[in-house]
Design a protein around this ligand. Structure first.
Ligand SMILES: [Fe+2]
Ligand SMILES: [Fe+2]
Length: 276
């Protein structure tokens, strides 16, 4: 299994020149002959990054969207235009909710395209709400049950309904769970439902107890110190072999991870390749 970070907030050293970083996430997954694009970054720069990294997006069998936020879906139009043929797009129907945030600037942060526009470009939406094995051993989480007491949805996020601002449960937040002989690989988008809620759900859905790796955005950067602390404790108890966090994890949380998990932690910058 090979995972290539096509784009995220930063670009590392010792990787091909000319790669772009941007606030967002897109990951290329190759597993047992299947090729999946997980998220599309913010602006479409992912298309050129993929070329520079030797990834042929036209070989994607499916696109998976972790949730509707612009930093994960904004590149979708450019990707579809590049692929230039019909392709299944797995997502939760709430990706088209009017996702907004109140701080630091009150604004719309949802998907910047209409569904029809994307369908016209070849997106064949497959709506997912329940755990679904989209390819053998590759599970899309469905909605994540919110069970822990310490993991909270970012309170600055809301859904706009007419003049009303309703708390946004971000039900569209989904992750991928991939079974490998070493244990489960959990791939996060923004982990708005909480990293531990997601991992516990992964175990339940797949029947696999061993978590080998957690990769992607943890959203612990903006989380409370209590949430961060509890999450670190729980992760340490799980004896995860690899934590390759990035995106909404942020540098101060990343340095905490490094302190606690040592070489089991790596910051998965743009261009990083993770082989399992
Ligand atoms: Fe994000
Ligand atoms: Fe997000």
């Amino acid at each position: 299994m090979k995972i290539t970070v096509l784009i995220e907030n930063s670009v590392g050293v010792l990787i091909p020149q000319g790669l772009a970083g941007e606030h967002g996430l897109s990951v290329w997954i190759e597993h047992e002959g299947h090729k999946i694009l997980f998220d599309t970054g913010q602006t479409g720069k992912v298309v050129e990054n993929a070329l520079r990294l030797g990834v042929n997006l036209k070989e994607a069998e499916a696109i998976v969207l972790s949730h509707g936020h612009y930093d994960h879906t904004g590149g979708l139009k450019a990707v579809l235009e590049f692929i230039n043929k019909p392709i299944p797009v797995y997502a939760h129907p709430d990706i088209f909710s009017l996702h907004c945030v109140s701080s630091p600037v009150d604004r719309y942060i949802g998907i910047p395209f209409r569904k029809e526009e994307l369908e016209g470009l070849g997106a064949n939406f497959k709506w997912i709400k329940k755990p679904t094995e989209i390819f053998p051993g590759i599970w899309l989480s469905g909605e994540i049950p919110r069970k822990t007491t310490f993991e909270k949805i970012d309170e600055s996020m809301y859904i706009k309904e007419g003049d009303k601002k309703l708390p946004d449960p971000i039900l569209d937040d989904m992750s991928l769970f991939i079974k490998t002989p070493k244990g489960l690989v959990v791939i996060l988008g923004c982990a708005h439902s909480g990293v531990i809620n997601i991992i516990e759900h992964a175990k339940e859905v797949t029947g696999e107890e061993k978590i080998f790796a957690v990769i992607g955005g943890t959203h612990l950067g903006p989380a409370s110190s209590k949430q961060l602390e509890e999450t670190l404790i729980r992760l340490a108890q799980m004896e995860v072999s690899l934590i390759a966090a990035n995106h909404c994890t942020g540098l101060s949380v990343a340095s905490k991870f490094r302190e606690i998990f040592g070489s089991k932690f790596r910051f998965a910058t743009t261009g990083e390749i993770i082989s399992v």
